[in-house]
Design a protein around this ligand. Sequence first.
Ligand SMILES: [Zn+2]
Length: 328
Amino acid sequence: MLGRNLVSFDRRQLLSGAATLAAGGLIGGSAAIAKAPMLGTLAPAFYRFKLGTMEATVISDGPLNFPDAGKIFLRAPDADIRKLLADELLPTDAVRMEQNILVLNTGDKLVMFDTGLYSMKPNPSLPSGRILKSLGEAGIKPEDIDAIVLTHPHIDHAGGIMSEDGKTRLFPNAQIYTTEADFNFWQNEKLIGTPAESSRNTVLKNIVPNKDRLVMVKDGQEIIPGIQAIASNGHTVGHTSYMISSGGKSLCFTGDIAHHSILLRRPKMAITFDTDGDMASASRIRMCDMLSSQKIPALIFHLPWPGIGNIVKDGEGFRFVPVPLHPV
Ligand SMILES: [Zn+2]
């Protein structure tokens, strides 16, 4: 198409810069003419780096999109929520969140933190649910995963443990780490008919069939050498973050202590998915105080890809400062 349009201009027209492809509907005005076709392909959805002696790979399950910011952020007037988003030059209506999964090779074990939505996505046409594709792009085989460590069992974190039909274990050699509090809470029949029902279904489909290989995590416990659990309850009753340490370096896989940068800026706000908004906010502030004062980088599940950055104290809240990525 592009080539056919190009040949319709003579050499003098092209050199004068006056030629346009407007007639072909490709480019308006006197834009430069590309000689190569546009590719439309994206980079594979993984990012790899070293953490001390460990190898870390962030993979994406794809984005979550929410059409109305006013319906998900709580405890601030609607106008304030829109202004916070506008201040970050983001759309003030639709909100996009990433799903940044961490796969950590400790040298001894291959550990995956959270799994994304996978088959639990409410609409099959969504671009999320790509965990297996992303793992493949990153060269990681599902059967090599030794441990799946869950921050909490919400639909977007625990949806990728079992196959679409719920019959096959996607990671047949992995033990699954969760908390007793979350495991019990999310099976409660009282959740039926509430917005939390989808996460109950997630637990029934993905965790209950794995009772024989569950490990119940306790606050402060070193669950695997170099990986310590830190209770950060509130978003769910058993919500847990994980501090990873190797060779003098640390990284905190925080889970959902903040779903968006505006919750860091206004940490007393809440999100509609919190089981206990007060406790979630207190945990957010406590974790951010700790990470910012100790200058420990965080990997935040829902922040812009790949979600790795430092948390810096700023006025009444915090700022997220992404760490520079190294493509080579
Ligand atoms: Zn989440």
